[in-house]
Design a protein around this ligand. Structure first.
Ligand code: AMP
Ligand code: ZN
Length: 479
């Protein structure tokens, strides 16, 4: 079998054939950093992480880019409301830059705790204003734009296949239904590429442009950053289902308007995580973050396990009862893997965990081939997780084989199955823990020199930092 993925474009499951198998060009829409990511947002990033790990597991090279939206995302996905970061700044009294920095760091910390691999590039919109302006200029040259009331708009009537991704019927698209009523717009579906006339005073983030001082629309940011880092044609573009009708629809219109070529071959969208009381929203304040789960005693990887039990295209209902079940299941798996490690004479912190390819002769391969087939079937993660259990239940498998089979699966699942048991950490002094946290922050900010200095400081205090699948742990130097 070969990898099959469900393409939102055309709504069918297709064989995955990248343009260039040595480097699958993967782009995922990143967080809007005006607040913590809620656990629903994090479901979207766990999904992309499993996709990327699957591609790598199957032997594809991957180049993964995820942006950070730190300007231009208004309260609504269209052009309605105030910039989310500016609004937050006004409410909190902190500068927009400080807010963006704080929540970007928090996002990377949460992603790390969930074993989400860092994308190869994580461009920030505010650091790509020249590329965004250039893209708007190219659209302007090709006649896709008009200026009205000081803003630059994309004219969707110039792009005949507008709305194809979402199956939009433009004749029924009414002003005010999907978009707000903006009297500058020629068509209700037109959208802003560059704002100069903000509806709000004191717009903190503004740049000079050929159209006046202002700031970019959210949609153009993603087109500019994806094409800057991955070229004009991507293999896969991901995001939550909410992005289909507006954000991704507009990204296609922008990119294909400029290049005349197909922008993305496979569009993949994850369904929502929902609460019993309905949608989880980042802006209504009543949302759950990963820190909330940690405070309640869960391991972030319990949440990752919970996410993997559902297919990414199914809505997932969150409840603490369901998370409890995921936690106890994951704990059982971890303790069985620990037992296997003990009988196979390996430990996770001495670096002797088998991580290489499982030999062809190993009986574990029978399980690995079905595991692989599950993933190739549009990422059937719940079945893939069940294969871990099947290996652990098979008493006829020698411990070494069972262990190498499970750890091979762990390469995609990322569930911390070879983690050090938490008891080993209990004696670590508070000062060392604080330094560990500081080092994580330095690493999130990619200040590796500072991270290394902290590691040395910890060493001088008599402790070694061990980076493992579940994140860093500390143990006594002499133990
Ligand atoms: P945002 O930071 O609001 O731009 O959203 C980040 C990502 O999370 C996007 O891909 C959204 O589509 C996705 N997303 C938003 N809410 C949820 C949810 N409740 N469940 C799953 N994904 C979501
Ligand atoms: Zn995007």
């Amino acid at each position: 079998m070969s990898l099959k993925l469900h393409n939102t474009l055309g709504r069918e499951t297709q064989d995955f054939e990248p343009r260039d198998a040595t480097a699958v060009r993967l782009y995922s829409c990143g967080p809007t950093v005006y607040n913590y990511a809620h656990i629903g947002n994090l479901r979207a990033y766990v999904f992309v992480d499993v996709l990327r790990r699957t591609l790598e597991y199957l032997g594809f090279g991957v180049r993964h880019v995820m942006n950070i939206t730190d300007v231009g995302h208004l309260s609504d996905d269209g052009d309605h409301g105030e910039d989310k970061l500016v609004k937050r700044s006004r409410e909190s009294g902190s500068s927009v830059w400080d807010i963006a920095e704080f929540y970007t760091e928090a996002f990377f910390r949460h992603a790390g705790q969930l074993n989400i691999l860092l994308p190869h590039e994580t461009p920030r919109a505010t650091a790509h204003i020249p590329q965004i302006i250039e893209l708007i200029q190219r659209l302007e040259e090709k006649g896709y734009t008009y200026t009205a009331g000081g803003n630059v708009y994309y004219d969707i009537s110039r792009f005949p296949t507008y709305g194809q991704l979402a199956g939009l019927d433009l004749s029924t698209l009414k002003a005010g239904a999907r978009v707000d009523v903006d009297t500058n717009k020629r068509n209700p579906g037109d959208f802003v590429l560059w704002f100069t006339k903000s509806k709000f005073e004191n717009q903190a983030m503004v740049w000079d442009s050929p159209w006046g001082r202002g700031y970019p629309g959210w949609h153009i940011e993603c087109s500019a950053m994806s094409m800057t880092y991955l070229g004009e044609q991507l293999d896969i573009h991901c995001g939550g289902v909410d992005h289909i009708p507006v954000h991704h629809t507009n990204e296609i219109a922008q990119a294909e308007g400029v290049t005349g070529k197909q922008y993305v071959k496979y569009w993949l969208h994850n369904e929502f995580l929902v609460l019993d009381k309905g949608k989880m929203s980042k802006s209504d304040g009543g949302f759950l973050t990963l820190d909330t789960l940690i405070e309640k005693g869960y391991d972030p990887l319990d949440y990752r396990y919970f996410c993997l039990l559902a297919h990414y295209r199914s809505e997932l209902r969150f409840s603490f009862e369901a998370l409890d079940a995921a936690r106890s299941a994951r704990r059982k798996v971890v303790s069985q893997v620990q037992a296997l490690m003990a009988s196979a004479g390996v430990t996770s912190d001495t670096g002797h965990v088998p991580t290489g390819p499982v030999p062809d002769s190993s009986p574990a391969n029978e399980y690995l081939s079905v595991f692989r087939a599950d993933l190739e079937d549009d990422l059937n993660t719940s079945r893939a997780v069940s294969r871990v259990w099947a290996v652990l239940k098979d008493d006829s498998l020698p411990a070494e084989d069972a262990l190498s089979g499970v750890l091979d699966m762990e390469r995609v699942l990322g569930l911390g199955l070879s983690a050090i048991r938490p008891e080993e950490e209990t004696e670590v002094p508070e000062a060392v823990r604080a330094l560990l946290e500081e080092r994580q922050q330095a690493r999130s900010a990619r200040d590796f020199a500072r991270a290394d200095r902290i590691r040395d400081e910890v060493l001088e205090m008599g402790y070694t930092i061990v980076d493992s699948a579940t994140g860093p742990h500390v143990k006594r130097r002499d133990s």
